[in-house]
Design a protein around this ligand. Structure first.
Ligand code: NAI
Ligand code: 15L
Length: 278
């Protein structure tokens, strides 16, 4: 039996995984028993009947509290780390939840002997690449925001703990994980909920030490060459192109957002020189 901890389980993607990951794994990993521990800073909706049957646990925990995170990692085989601020925020909030939080998570994983962490990184770690560029898993960070810097830091921390210690890490640079794309940018960056499940299932099963992959569907307009994820066994099934006729003209009026992969995260507070970003 392998216990999976999902942090940020009260959030949007946490709720998707709570509802759908147990049955997805039961179908796709026959012979392997999984148990789930769900955690968040805030109170979660009460467990469903299915979750009670599966024996899932629900624990409130502030990722900024090292002792509490150490307790949370008891008997955990793998962590899907979604917890933290998910949009641009002030430094104080980001330092507590996204920097101290991810440090506490990896330190507890190391001390508890947790085998692997699936880290929800973000396209905003590489948001200052241009949309005209096609990048792969070897692309160095080019954060577009304070939030993106914290994600890039998480990827470096994952490297340290994977190679210096024994915590394997899959850093998932997630694009836009929403039920359906809302604008032209998401024709490239969309990750469907079904493909999120496929990516996480791959991350729980594949053999790796440290990897960066893109959390993106099989979008024909994607800016990201996701062959490393494919090699590890990720098989996305969705393509945002089915929304193209409806969304291809849904562009912003920002001269900063449009050239960059990070879109409005790049544009917010931007007072640099667009041409000098390369
Ligand atoms: P969300 O904001 O809905 O969920 C994040 C959860 O983390 C919230 O429930 C919040 O209460 C919890 N949290 C915040 N600070 C915490 C702390 N100090 N201790 C414990 N829990 C804390 O975000 P969403 O959309 O579900 O995203 C999940 C993860 O995936 C986030 O790390 C986000 O940065 C990342 N991501 C999401 C993308 C998307 O398109 N939804 C794209 C790229 C990355
Ligand atoms: C993210 O990292 C955010 O968490 C999410 O809210 C979206 O803004 C997403 O990136 C995106 O770039 O669409």
């Amino acid at each position: 039996m392998k216990r999976v901890l999902i942090t940020g389980a009260a959030g949007t993607l946490g709720r998707v995984l709570r509802e759908r990951l147990p049955s997805h794994l039961a179908t796709h990993t026959p012979g392997q028993a999984w148990r789930f521990r769900f955690s968040d800073l805030v109170e979660m909706a009460p467990a469903t009947a299915a979750e009670r049957r599966e024996g899932s646990e629900f624990l409130r925990c502030d990722l900024a509290d090292a002792q509490a995170v150490h307790a949370l990692l008891e008997d955990v085989h793998a962590v899907v780390h979604l917890g933290g601020r998910s949009t641009e925020s002030g430094w104080n909030e980001l330092i507590a939840s996204n920097l101290v939080g991810v440090i506490n998570l990896y330190e507890a994983a190391r001390r508890r002997g947790c085998e692997r962490v699936l880290l929800a990184s973000s396209n905003h770690a590489i948001g200052l690449y241009r949309r005209s560029e096609r990048i792969d898993h070897r692309a160095a960070a080019r954060p577009d925001s304070r939030y993106g810097v914290c994600k890039a830091f998480g990827e470096d921390l994952a490297f340290l703990y994977a190679h210096k210690h024994r915590v394997r890490s899959l850093c998932m640079r997630i694009g836009s994980c929403v039920e359906r794309p809302h604008n032209a940018r998401m024709l490239a960056s969309w990750l469907s909920y079904g493909d999120l499940l496929r990516l996480v299932a791959m991350g729980l099963m594949a053999d790796y030490r440290y990897e960066i992959v893109y959390g993106v569907s099989a979008n024909r307009r994607a800016w990201w060459d996701n062959r490393r994820a494919q090699e590890l066994g990720y098989r996305p099934e969705d393509d945002a192109e089915v929304y193209a006729a409806e969304l291809q003209h849904a562009v912003s009026d920002s001269a900063v957002a449009e050239p960059f992969q990070g879109g409005h995260f790049a544009a917010e507070e931007f007072d640099g020189d667009i041409d000098a970003v390369r």
